[in-house]
Write a protein that binds this ligand. Structure first.
Ligand code: ADP
Ligand code: MG
Length: 256
């Protein structure tokens, strides 16, 4: 009897899944026909023209394309930093558009990490203080925040530099601090906009290798905007944009 109930449940669950084929359980990000316009008075820019794509759990995806093609706009719209003008964005199956501003902000703080080109570190704070800041803002007790911040710095190989302020660190080390800060809340996804754009090629390769390692060893989902093909080649998939649209997707077989 018990077994039959379980089978019935399984069949019911399967048919529910079949009835809703648009619900992709392995997807963490689903963009559907996303439109974004910028209106600067006399000038209207159609920055995204119906962008649809999916990022799966544990994937590392590169968004590439010429300057002005809409890469940053796409990242900001997918992460809910920016509002969209059409279409929909689902994160872990939940529509960003259905959340209030406060809910979206909380969701971002709890489930997302961000890495930008120019670090955005507080110059007067040490590495560990920069990393623990998001935790303190979300009311994690100080001792717990410090422990997790030190752990995140260890993960990026900077445990020994915890007490240094940003100006005492190299560009590559600063970017490691921002990666530690992006990781400290144990996010579901990390968004990185040109994270190697300010680094020489050697440091750029180290940073992308670190991100790849975090992606593989922790199953971290990473979406990385870059115009550097050597960064793109280190990911699972390159999505190419031109003029606000996705024009090509390339699945890569990365050597392990
Ligand atoms: P990318 O990151 O690929 O270089 P962006 O997403 O920054 O491109 O920009 C896409 C288009 O939107 C460009 O034409 C850019 O000029 C325009 N744009 C971006 N941000 C704004 C803004 N805040 N106001 C007006 N136009 C913008
Ligand atoms: Mg950009």
């Amino acid at each position: 009897m018990a077994i039959r109930v379980r089978q019935d449940e399984r069949i019911a669950a399967e048919s529910a899944f079949e009835a809703a084929p648009a619900c992709d359980l392995a997807a963490i990000v689903q963009a559907r026909s996303v439109e974004k316009r910028y209106d600067t008075g006399e000038l209207q820019v159609q920055a995204l023209r119906g962008v649809s794509f999916t990022v799966h759990h544990g994937e590392m995806v590169a968004i590439m394309g010429p300057s002005g093609s809409g890469k940053t706009t796409l990242l900001n719209c997918l992460s809910g930093l920016d509002a969209i003008d059409g279409g929909d964005v689902l994160i872990e199956g939940v529509s960003l558009g259905s959340m209030s501003d406060d809910e979206r902000t909380d969701y971002r703080a709890q489930r997302m990490g961000f890495v930008f080109q120019f670090y955005n570190l507080m110059p007067v704070l040490s590495a560990v203080e920069n990393v623990e800041l998001p935790l303190l803002v979300s009311h994690t007790p100080a001792r717990e925040a410090r422990r997790r911040a030190l752990e995140a710095l260890e993960m990026v190989g900077l445990g020994a530099r915890a007490a240094h302020v940003p100006e005492e660190l190299s560009g590559g080390q600063r970017q490691r601090v921002t990666i530690a800060r992006a990781l400290v809340n144990d996010p579901a996804i990390v968004w990185a906009d040109e994270p190697t754009g300010d680094l020489d090629s050697e440091n750029a390769q180290e940073i992308v290798a670190l991100m790849r390692d975090l992606n593989r060893s922790h199953g971290l989902t990473i979406l990385i905007v870059t115009h550097d093909i050597s960064v793109g080649r280190a990911t699972d998939r390159i999505v190419r944009m031109v003029d606000g649209q996705i024009v090509d997707e390339e699945l890569l077989e990365v050597a392990t």
